[in-house]
Design a protein around this ligand. Structure first.
Ligand SMILES: [Zn+2]
Ligand SMILES: [Zn+2]
Length: 423
């Protein structure tokens, strides 16, 4: 009998009580979340320069009585919330940086901030919606702090700078946070993060098992030929002609060699530099491009075959060529077991009809680096007014978010934390 009462208390009564009680806490916090978001929207800061943003976050986390560490990966803020009983460790991550974009929206809290980026004066705008991510996670931190008696385990709040990439020559973002030990002490068991989406209706959650955002690489190819008069190509080796053959070869890796039933993949050559004059076959050519992959094996195949084609095609036409890859982000890979485990939470919070299995996105996200170390789940949150046919894409001056979508983010991350730690 005693045991039964214990069971009821643990899984029944408290649970029902806390859900009702939580619902009220969510309703109460929405206004604050919107207010925070507007503050950050009006005061955006570029990657690795999120000084004031970090101060505001820190002030809030300290007011909640959390253990706070600042200056992680330059301007990152990490806070620890210990539940009343020991258990697993869950990390929740929000990215905090803005972009060199001049806002065109007519909002009372429109950004008027200017900064210098790559020696050019530019407007600064939260044109990717990271302002909503900060506000959502601040709300989650507040609610979880007030309910720590119901938490079995530890919550780590990670406010991450420079998701859009640190300025050239600087380190930053998720990679640097990991290097500085953000996933240790205490060791994180699973990490969760979200991205607001300007073209997903408010109230919806989009998820996908496996690769949800692409691994992003930049590549540079150097082709060496032999310069000669344009009228007599037989006297030289034409690097422009070799480049054309190489580009053609690359596209055959996607269309003929990659199993596109597994995941899509993209190779794009975005820049070609060669030659000076119509009647000179130049000495060399340079190709610069990007690769997007969603599956690690496909990524390996593409790298291997691009390297082989670069070298052998050039050789076949009498020239030489080499390729270099530079990783921007790795594949944002949702751990399939974690997705299965948390799907009921998504459905409980958003309603089954609002949880949508989505297609992958060929853009990148540095949340992926956390997922290389610990199992992680990254999902998209609706931020578009239902019925809006003119949603502007992220990273544009007209990008806009419907703030009423944020509360679902607070609810989802809060419930994920409870369900992951307590079950
Ligand atoms: Zn972005
Ligand atoms: Zn973003």
């Amino acid at each position: 009998m005693k045991y039964l009462i214990f069971l009821f208390t643990c899984f029944g009564i408290i649970n029902v009580y806390s859900q009702d009680n939580l619902e009220q806490q969510f309703i109460d916090i929405e206004e604050k979340v919107i207010e925070w978001r507007r503050h950050f929207h009006e005061n955006p800061e570029l990657s690795n320069r999120e000084f004031k943003t970090a101060e505001t976050i820190t002030r809030h986390l300290k007011s909640l009585g959390l253990e706070v560490k600042t200056g992680v990966a330059h301007t990152g803020v990490v806070a620890i919330l210990k539940g009343n009983s020991p258990g697993k460790v869950v990390a929740l991550r929000a990215d905090i940086d803005a972009l060199p974009v001049t806002e065109r929206n007519d909002l009372p809290f429109k950004s008027k901030i200017k900064a210098t980026f790559l020696n050019t004066e530019t407007g600064v705008m939260h044109a990717c919606g990271h302002d909503t991510h900060i506000a959502i996670l601040m709300g989650v931190a507040e609610i979880l702090s007030k309910n720590k008696d119901k938490i079995r385990g530890t919550v780590k709040f990670i406010f991450q700078p420079a998701e859009e990439g640190p300025p050239p020559g600087e380190e930053g973002g998720a990679k640097l946070m990991i290097k500085e030990g953000v996933l240790e002490n205490p060791k994180v068991d699973a990490i969760f993060g979200l991205h607001i989406s300007s073209d997903t209706e408010v109230g919806k959650i989009e998820y996908k098992s496996g690769g949800i955002m692409a691994g992003v690489e930049r590549f540079v190819v150097n082709v060496k030929g032999k310069q000669t008069h344009g009228s007599a190509p037989w006297n030289g080796v034409d690097p422009i002609y070799i480049s054309a053959k190489i580009i053609d070869g690359y596209q055959s890796i996607i269309s003929r060699e990659s199993n596109l039933l597994v995941e899509p993949a993209v190779i794009t050559v975005g820049k070609i530099t060669s030659g000076v004059r119509f009647n000179i076959i130049p000495e060399s050519a340079e190709l610069i491009g990007t690769i997007r992959t969603l599956d690690l094996d496909m990524k390996k195949l593409i790298f291997k075959r691009m390297t082989e084609m670069t070298e052998t095609i050039a050789k076949a036409y009498g020239g030489e060529a080499s390729i270099e890859f530079q990783e921007n982000t790795t594949i944002t890979y949702n751990d399939p077991d974690l997705v299965t485990q948390m799907l009921p939470t998504f459905e409980k919070v958003a309603g089954k009809e609002n949880v949508v299995l989505t297609k992958a996105v060929t853009g990148g996200e540095d949340f992926s680096y956390f997922q290389e170390v610990v199992p992680g789940l990254y999902f998209f949150l609706g931020g578009m007014t239902p019925g809006n046919k003119n949603a502007f894409p992220h990273h544009t001056p007209d990008f806009k978010i419907d703030e009423s979508g944020m509360l679902l983010g607070v609810k989802t991350l809060t419930n994920i934390t409870f369900d992951f730690l307590n079950n």
